[in-house]
Every structure is written in C-alpha cells, then in structure tokens.
Design a protein. Structure first.
Length: 269
C-alpha cells in the first residue's frame, strides 16, 4: 500500500542516521507497515542499510539481528543440530503468513509490533531470550523479552529507540523443547501457543503466548505434576491476562492453554 503522507525515506548507514523526530518510523521488512494506511507518519528510516549479520553463533549463544527475516530464522531448524533447533521452524510456521512474507518479515519487527500472536515473541520467550535496545540517548540496554512486551501492541520502546538484536543463551539451545499451537481454524491466527523447555539439569520452563496480552513464562525445578501445573497456571497468570477478540474468547484461551500445557509436560517427562 502506498503511504501518501510519507515525504522522506532514508537508508541508515550508521547509528547516527537513526536520530528520529515526530512522525518517523523504522523499517525492517515493512510487511506490516505497508499493509495499511499510516497517516501519522511522514518519514521512514530503513534499517537494512546497516547490514547487520542476520545470525551469529558464538560460544555464548545465538545473536539474532533485528533485521533477520523469518525465513532465515526458520532455516536454522534444518542447518543446526541443537536439541532446540526444531523450535525455530515450528514458531515461524505459527505465524499467519505466506512464504513471500517469510522472505521480508523480520524478527525485530515481529517483536516491536508486540501482538499477542507474535510468533517470534513465542520463540524468544521460550528460549529465555533478551532484547538489545539502542536507546535514543545513545545508551544500550538489554532486557528479557517477557519484560519487553507489556501488553497488546505495547512495549518498553520509547521515541527513537531501536531494537538491535535478540540473544539466545547457549544452554537454551541444548534444551529439549515441545511445541503446541491451537487456532479456531486450521490456518487461523494462533489462539494459544504453549512451548515447553526442559534444560539439561532437568529444570522446566513453560511459555504462554497468543492466549494472553503479553508473554508469560512459568519455571519449575522439574516437570510439574498435573496438580502443580494447574495451581501454577492459576497463580502466575491472572485471569484478566487472557483476552477476547475475533480469534478466540478469553475463557476458551484459558482452557486450551491448560490442556496444551498438560500435553507438553507429558511430552517432556
């Protein structure tokens, strides 16, 4: 879609080019930005000119550039041998998008939109990922993705802040994972996504996204039994966190989250 109010388009070459004023938006893949009118915008700054390496693997873990595409992240499931490798394509497939969108949509863009059904939010929260933010004042800060997303389409970014990258710690890549998604139709937007992770030391984490306004991660010393799981879901995720829209009612989302979490615990046992 043409953005008729945009009068300036700049390709960023270094951090100084990211200085922004009112009416400015940053562009990674632009798949959402160009999908509907943006009358509040008059200037776009293209992040792809910064040429960040999409994926960097070190002994500390995996660094994912904000401009890494969904296709590139999904391909890790075929190129890497980590126990957690299948999760990358599973989460990418949970995104309601065609392969054409995969080639353009970015991991950073998915996080910054902060929609409940954001599949990259599901991935990063399940693997205990953190987000590196380039702040407008020139400082850097890194925060867990569960704290980055604060609600439906809201996050901690301020004016002029840019997501630089996402870090997945190396131990998380060695964890066993289990994935469950449910929607009201076979190709519908996710109504609930529950991901389980069992670390090498036996500890278990359950992430809940799509069903709630923001991501929630429940941690346990071991695989919880049915009663402990039920109590933890009730105690750690407020009833008010589940929401209703065209893709599912709040009470349905809460009920299926419990069912999927139980299946995951059984799989990880």
């Amino acid at each position: 879609m043409d953005l008729h109010t945009v009068t300036a388009y700049r390709v960023a070459r270094d951090r100084h080019d990211l200085a922004a004023g009112p009416g400015t938006a940053y562009v990674g893949g632009g798949t959402w930005l160009f999908s509907e009118p943006q009358p509040h915008l008059n200037r776009l700054v293209d992040l792809t000119g910064l040429e960040w390496p999409a994926l960097t693997v070190t002994e500390d873990g995996l660094e994912i550039a904000a401009t890494c595409t969904v296709e590139q992240i999904a391909n890790l499931s075929g190129s890497e041998t980590w126990p957690a490798a299948p999760l990358f394509r599973q989460c990418a497939s949970a995104l309601l998008a065609s392969w054409k969108i995969w080639k353009r949509a970015t991991v950073g863009g998915n996080l910054c939109l902060s929609f409940p059904a954001g599949a990259m939010i599901s991935l990063v929260s399940a693997l205990d990922g953190t987000v590196l933010i380039w702040s407008a004042d020139g400082s850097d800060r890194r925060i867990p993705v569960v704290d980055f997303v604060t609600g439906i389409a809201t996050n901690v970014l301020g004016a002029g802040d840019v997501v630089r990258s996402i870090h997945i710690p190396a131990p998380m890549l060695q964890a066993r994972t289990a994935f469950r998604k449910i929607a009201l139709s076979p190709l519908g937007r996710s109504g609930a996504v529950v991901i389980g992770r069992r670390d090498p030391d036996g500890a278990v984490a359950l992430s809940v996204t799509a069903a709630t306004e923001r991501p929630y991660v429940l941690t346990f010393d071991r695989v919880p039994d049915a009663r402990e799981l039920e109590e933890s879901l009730a105690e750690r995720i407020p009833v008010s966190a589940y929401y209703t829209d065209a893709h599912g009612a709040a009470d349905w989302r809460r009920a299926v989250t419990a069912v999927l979490a139980g299946e995951i615990c059984e799989e990880l046992s």
